[in-house]
Design a protein around this ligand. Sequence first.
Ligand SMILES: [Zn+2]
Ligand SMILES: [Zn+2]
Length: 177
Amino acid sequence: MARKFSFGATRLMRTPSETRVFDEADTLEGLFVTSSRVESDEPISVVGIAESVHEGILVKAKLKTRWHGECVRCLGEASGEIDVSVIELFEQGADPEGETYHFDGDVIDMVEMIRDNVVLELPIAPLCSVNCKGLCQYCGADLNHGRCECDMAPKDPRWQTLETLRHEGSESAGNAD
Ligand SMILES: [Zn+2]
Ligand SMILES: [Zn+2]
């Protein structure tokens, strides 16, 4: 069986303007940033066309998959879709500029291209929903499930105690003689 996300380019290289379509779904490991990831069993759909151009092989592809992560506001499950279009040039041999992908022999391997572009789309600060209310900063209750007791007392009681102590302290200091 052929390597995943790869195709032979012999005919493409031999014939200018020759095209080849591809439509593949497979998994990749190690797609993550600190706060979100594509699960290693989550299929990534890669649909597109490769075209033989003067500089090499031009790959136009649509990458689709799902990401999962932890909501930065409520720490609950967050997930969403990645749907990105990419256009990348594959050149034969090493590329001194590093701005294109390169291939040796006659196989175009799109794994690095897919990896780079999917990781760029992963959210740094995922949200379970744009309307997520987050956790109460005082008691930690998930405000998406309703209000908490702290609603009634806007200030943390511990800070109120401290205020009282500070007030009393300054009073007694003023009276000390
Ligand atoms: Zn949330
Ligand atoms: Zn609360």
